[in-house]
Design a protein around this ligand. Structure first.
Ligand code: NOJ
Ligand code: NOJ
Ligand code: CA
Length: 714
């Protein structure tokens, strides 16, 4: 009997892992993670058997001299290095797009062969690339990797690139397959699966229509508004969830339809717990589309890589500009991004020169690493950083920023540094959830504080290579007492002594911050009342499971309220509660946790959608007059449509006008609902003009994609 029960449990566990995302991983809160970005082909060759598969033979360079061919790294290789990763304190890996890629060689301008070793030219989003897995393109190696990662407490983030397939003018001409069945290609696109527009260039990079609907570097641009493509890409993402992926890094989110992605995120969250962040490339907060970027991050449920902070980090630590460069980005983004602690922060990646190629100075690298590992946001370390990997050919830019991993030494200072700060991130919630404030700054010194309720981490960096600074007048929220450097002087840190002050400003006794050092001081408070630090996803309809993370929820089950409505509890622990979005009127809610003794937490925002989301293309003809700087927006009667908001951030848009005076926009709206909407003009000076007449109505399809066109009502 007991054996039978055990066997049934084993079987149902086995089925559960096959059929549903692995429960218990709770991917929705990534703020305590340290992500490690791996270019799969360049990490470790775990299986020579897949190096030169027959369906794409000749794309492998065993001499590793052609930087644009496959070099042998694979999913098995990552699996074999799991202990190395776990020992570093890595808790999530972001791997190259693992889907089946371009099978042919496309010669470069000099006639040298090139291959899609990086994974950004998908041909079949439902199979695994043969160079990364096995020559039959099955999921086995991906599954094994996920299992090994999860056994080591490491989450797996899949790089997902649904913006495009392969190059449209060479090789396979964009050919797309559905688990081996040919769907179509760019050259003979009778179904309209692709957009046939020119490459994005010049001013087009700042044009909302061109960035979304034009072509990125000759890559066949998928038309996700076509119901077949919409379903295909969502099914692919779901397949990865079924195979245990904990999150997605979405490639080129600035170039995918912005509105469509709300429905992509919704499709993923409706299926199961996940974390999504995207690549919205921009140099700084003055970028013409910066406002669009944070509006998107605040509403879509998709976080993003923090490119403005990346620029500032490189300027300050590699190019030696003043710390005010970083300080002002932190301040600016704090006022714009609702979910700033979910931004993914980084020093370098596969699309820019490695830090050491810009400035070959390990001390500065350590300081930059210390910054991203302690600043607000989720840190992401590019593979090899901990081995001081760099190749400076052509300034170290792509592809020279993707050398083969040189070795797996666990004794480097950088490796130890990641380990120590990853441990602190897991133990002190101030790093994951806390506010970030500057406490002391000059050109060379940055002292900042992270604070979550009574939990405090104070970080001091002196990047001057020769001059120590006398630090006087420094205040902190650390309670009075003596603090040793949490890095145990790994980077030359020093102790401090904190006296008693008031209002969270305790004076630090004057001390010398030595040249070229990083000090980290921390205080973790004991249990008190429930404290919410995170909610994920941040948006969902009734039935979507929501992970609320924080502290002191208690071991006994309490209650979760969306506004005043109790939610069904799916699981409860002292640090994480999973609840189901209740059936309430669509809109923004304050979510609270009440522990079993009746103590109520702080609130956190969550948007309850009306229903699951369907991408619909709205067109309004002849919306005139408008002048330069005036835009047409969509607004309507549900939260998805802005709840009749007339502000730039509240309404849906700006709409696009490739055929002025007609405007269109793809927006994700609630399935099966009869929505009411209107178009408005928001003029350059902010003045709002409503179209006349009664509200438009439209019944959103229950599946697929939708289209609705109306005339502007005068
Ligand atoms: C951005 C990726 O990071 C880059 O490496 C890639 O080539 C392009 N998107 C196109 O997918
Ligand atoms: C106020 C606007 O003036 C009107 O035109 C619009 O129809 C309603 N909001 C929404 O019901
Ligand atoms: Ca291999």
């Amino acid at each position: 009997m007991r054996i039978l029960t055990a066997r049934l449990v084993a079987i149902s566990l086995f089925l559960a892992t096959l059929l549903s995302p692995i429960s218990g991983t709770l991917a929705a809160d990534f703020k305590r993670e340290v992500i490690y970005q791996i270019i799969t082909d360049r990490f470790f060759d775990g299986s020579p058997a897949n190096n030169n598969p027959s369906q794409s033979s000749g794309l492998y360079d065993s001499t590793k001299t052609n930087w644009r061919m496959y070099w042998g790294g694979d999913l098995q290789g990552i699996q074999q290095k799991m202990a190395y990763l776990a020992g570093m304190g890595v808790t999530a890996i972001w791997i190259s797009p693992p889907v089946d890629n371009l099978n042919t060689n496309i010669p470069d301008g000099s006639g040298n062969p090139t291959a899609s070793y990086h994974g950004y030219q998908g041909r079949d989003f439902k199979r695994i690339e043969e160079h990364f897995g096995n020559p039959s393109n099955t999921w086995t190696d991906f599954d094994n990797l996920v299992t090994a990662a999860h056994q080591n407490g490491i989450k797996v983030i899949v790089d997902f690139a649904p913006n495009h397939t392969t190059q449209n003018n060479a090789g396979e001409f964009g050919a797309l397959y559905d688990n081996g069945v040919f769907l179509g290609n760019y050259t003979n696109d009778t179904n309209g699966y692709f957009h046939h527009n020119p490459n994005i260039s010049g001013g087009g990079w700042d044009d909302r229509y061109q960035v979304q609907y034009y072509t990125l570097f000759d890559l066949a641009d998928v038309n996700q508004e076509h119901a077949t493509m919409d379903a295909y890409m969502k099914a692919s993402a779901q397949l990865f969830q079924q195979h245990g992926a904990d999150g997605f890094r979405i490639d080129a989110i600035k170039h995918l339809g912005w509105g469509w992605q709300y429905s992509l995120a919704n499709s993923i969250y409706t299926y199961g717990d996940s974390f999504l962040f995207g690549e919205w490339f921009q140099g700084n907060t003055s970028d013409p589309l910066y406002h669009d970027s944070y509006k998107f991050a605040n509403k879509s449920g998709i976080s993003m890589l923090d490119f403005p902070l990346n620029t500032a980090i490189r300027n300050v630590f590699a190019s030696n500009t003043n710390f005010s460069t970083i300080d002002s980005v932190i301040t600016q983004e704090a006022s714009n991004f609702t979910w700033k602690e979910d931004l993914v922060t980084f020093i370098d990646n596969h699309d820019m020169a490695r830090f050491l190629s810009v400035n070959n100075n390990n001390n500065r690298l350590h300081q930059a690493m210390s910054f991203v590992l302690t600043a607000r946001g989720i840190p992401c370390i590019y593979y090899g950083t901990e081995q001081y990997l760099h190749n400076d050919t052509s300034g170290g830019t792509d592809p020279y920023n993707r050398p083969m991993m040189p070795g797996f030494d666990t004794t480097t200072t950088a490796y130890q540094l990641v380990n120590k700060l990853s441990t602190l991130r897991r133990n002190n919630p101030a790093l994951a959830y806390g506010s970030m404030g500057q406490r002391w700054m000059n050109n060379d010194v940055y002292i900042f504080e992270r604070k979550f309720f009574g939990n405090v981490v104070l970080v001091a960096i002196n990047k001057n290579e020769t001059t120590g600074y006398n630090i006087s007048g420094l205040n902190t929220a650390l309670p009075a007492g003596n603090y040793s450097d949490n890095l145990t002087a790994l980077l030359g840190g020093v102790p401090i002594s904190v006296g008693s002050g008031s209002g969270g400003n305790n004076p630090v006794a004057t001390f010398t911050l030595p040249a070229n050092t990083v000090s980290v001081w921390q205080f973790t408070e004991g249990a008190s009342t429930p404290q919410i630090g995170s909610i994920g996803p941040t948006v969902g309809q009734s039935g979507v499971k929501v992970t609320i993370a924080g502290r002191n929820f208690g071991s006994a089950t309490g209650t979760v309220k969306f506004g005043t409505t109790n939610a069904t509890i799916n699981s409860w622990s002292s640090t994480k509660v999973v609840a189901t979005t209740p059936t309430v009127t669509n809109g923004n809610y304050n979510v609270t946790v009440t522990n079993s003794s009746g103590q109520v937490s702080n609130g956190i925002q969550y948007t309850v959608l009306t229903a699951k989301l369907i991408p619909v293309t709205f067109t309004v003809y002849n919306a005139t007059p408008t002048q330069v700087g005036d835009y047409i927006f969509l607004t309507g009667n549900t939260v998805e449509l802005g709840s009749w908001s007339t502000t730039w951030d509240g309404a849906v848009g700006p709409m696009l006008t490739p055929n002025y005076p007609n405007w269109f926009l793809n927006a994700s709206v609630p399935a099966g609902q009869t929505i009411q909407f209107k178009f408005i003009k928001i003029a350059a000076n902010g003045a709002v003009t409503w179209e006349a007449g009664s509200n438009h109505t439209y019944t959103v399809p229950t599946s697929g994609t939708g289209f609705v066109s109306v005339n502007w009502q005068y």
